[in-house]
Design a protein around this ligand. Sequence first.
Ligand code: CP
Ligand code: NVA
Length: 332
Amino acid sequence: MSLYGKSFLKLLDFSKEEIDEYLSLASRLKEKKKRGIPHEIAKGKNIALVFEKTSTRTRCAFEVAAADLGMRAVYLDPKSSQIGKKESLADSAKVLGRMFDAIEYRGFAQEIVEDIARYSGVPTFNGLTNEFHPTQILADFLTIKEKFGKTEGITLCYYGDARYNMGNSLMIGAAKEGMHFVACCPEKYRPNQALVREAERIAKASGGSVRFSTDPEKGSVGADVVYTDVWVSMGEEESVWKERIQDLLPYRVTKKVMENAKESAIFMHCLPAFHDLGTEVGRAIYEKFGIREMEVSDEVFNGPRSVVFDEAENRLHTIKAVIAASLVKEIE
Ligand code: CP
Ligand code: NVA
């Protein structure tokens, strides 16, 4: 089996064996990095990083990974390229495909990143769309493997808005890996029916399961991993905050939620997180709605069960694995 030449657009495109191959390569590359062993195995290759939304982790992970692999990365920010404004996406993708060995894209509809892959003719990596955030899931699963020694049979309970990129991707990834996925949220925040049916079908074959709970007290019972994400995602209208807070406040990950989970349970979050008043948005929400913490309490975020910064570090190693697997034919 080879991941050589492959785009990385969504987890639905990969088998469990292929996902595990990315994770195993990421572990090996992490070990090399820790030991200071050079691994410039993609020397001379070039990658374009196209960001239509802001980023800290994903951009830095792609840039550092590319440098560690001996590559050059060119960053195109949300404003200064012609893509989609003065030049059609198809034309821009064809141009990038003539100059670069690979393209990373972060933006809006999943369709866009799929089109870039099609028109550019070079491996294309999804750095987040509205629907999916697959490189994040590789980092999360590497972290879970490091903490529990496996992904199979692990129960992951997701609190909050499960309809967006993180809920969707975790559900599909968990189903592929034979994990038990639980979304704890009001009914209207569940992933769409078609995707749920697909996840159930995959889980049936892998020995995993997909469940839903509307009870924040019971959702995390038996969970190994409690996961949450922001209540309002990038690109959404400001006006949705009021309703989101009303709907999702009972689903904040608190000490109680963690106490209801297994004693060994860990807390995960893709970040950035609103857990205190240390952000502009957090302060604005406090002024308007009087809440100091949103999807997770500061106590849990900074508590002993939180592995959020291990997760963030693993973005680098897993993204490096995605690039290397696609651009390097044989890796030791
Ligand atoms: N988790 C994540 O994708 O972070 P950034 O938005 O900072 O890239
Ligand atoms: N759901 C979040 C994820 C950020 C990494 C967003 O799309 O903004």
